[in-house]
Design a protein around this ligand. Sequence first.
Ligand SMILES: NC(=O)c1ccc[n+]([C@@H]2O[C@H](COP(=O)([O-])OP(=O)(O)OC[C@H]3O[C@@H](n4cnc5c(N)ncnc54)[C@H](OP(=O)(O)O)[C@@H]3O)[C@@H](O)[C@H]2O)c1
Length: 323
Amino acid sequence: MPEDASRRLDNEYMMPLRKTPLLPPPLWTLLGCGALGGVFASLLEQSGQRVQVLLRDAQRSRLHPDFDFIALDSSHHLLGITRCFTDQVASVRRLLVMTKAHQVITALTPLVGKLSPAVPIVLLHNGMGVAEQVARLFPDNPLLVGVTNHGAMRCGHFAYRHTGKGETWVGPFNDAAKAYQNLAEDLARALGDAGWDEDIRQRQWQKLAINCMVNPLTALHKVKNGELATPRFADALDQLSVELCDVMQAEGLHASAEELKRRTITVCELTADNYSSMLQDMEAGRLTEIESITGFLLARADAHDIAVPVNRSLYHAIKEKQA
Ligand SMILES: NC(=O)c1ccc[n+]([C@@H]2O[C@H](COP(=O)([O-])OP(=O)(O)OC[C@H]3O[C@@H](n4cnc5c(N)ncnc54)[C@H](OP(=O)(O)O)[C@@H]3O)[C@@H](O)[C@H]2O)c1
């Protein structure tokens, strides 16, 4: 080989390795990748905001294919969303907790002492009363709570379908969270209708009231949501909404029984063909969210010494059936 050719070869091999650009750590980490978590992860990723999903350690050895995301217009998208586990908590910048209410504490406990106190935690489950427990586990982290009306379904292993677009609202649960309005703006870029509400408790209670009516009634009577808008359930909705209104007013919130009933009927009409999550959970033999929905209401009613007999009987009927 001529001398200069061998030098060329050497030089070639001595070239520094081509650097692949280092990606910044994902902006969002989603803890809980079920129906809603899978859809939110997909929508955030599609909006150009990097996402990782934090899975249970037990899922380490399972196959993690790309996300198969079916959008509202039925188009399919394969998305390469990063998976991570609790030993990678250092990469978390914002934590969106997407488990069911009764799973939140178990899911967050392995992060105690590992999650930086600077990381904002956002809770988006249905029901109330969990944020108080999270605040005790992570007293220094900014804690945000929210409500969402998006619809989501899991349709396979890492396969998710967006079934309905709705509003999402987030707001501060503690003082440290008040500086995080920009999270709502980033969510809006992905979800469309999303906003910041400093008085998020009012929205949480409105959603809780609707859930207290729709979930137990549909689960016990095994009916689709639309059935609740028929005269058969008019008396039950009247009684439940009066009880809910009494408790909300005692909590210092704006409430009218007629308005609560009207909103509930509107939701039932808009989702007439849907089976509520509580009915689906009962049918599948899973634990329902009754404890953080009606259970929370009963606890607040007791604290104000307000009788809520109809809600109480629904609570006991669900507890008996799910036992
Ligand atoms: N789906 C909707 O359309 C919708 C709409 C509005 C609000 N919501 C509310 O959003 C919340 C989530 O609902 P969903 O329908 O998405 O429930 P889901 O499909 O059951 O998803 C919950 C996810 O959390 C995961 N999880 C549970 N414990 C965990 C742990 N210890 N560590 C890590 N991950 C854990 C579950 O993992 P496994 O799969 O391994 O159990 C599952 O992937 C609920 O409060 C629901 O009421 C849902």
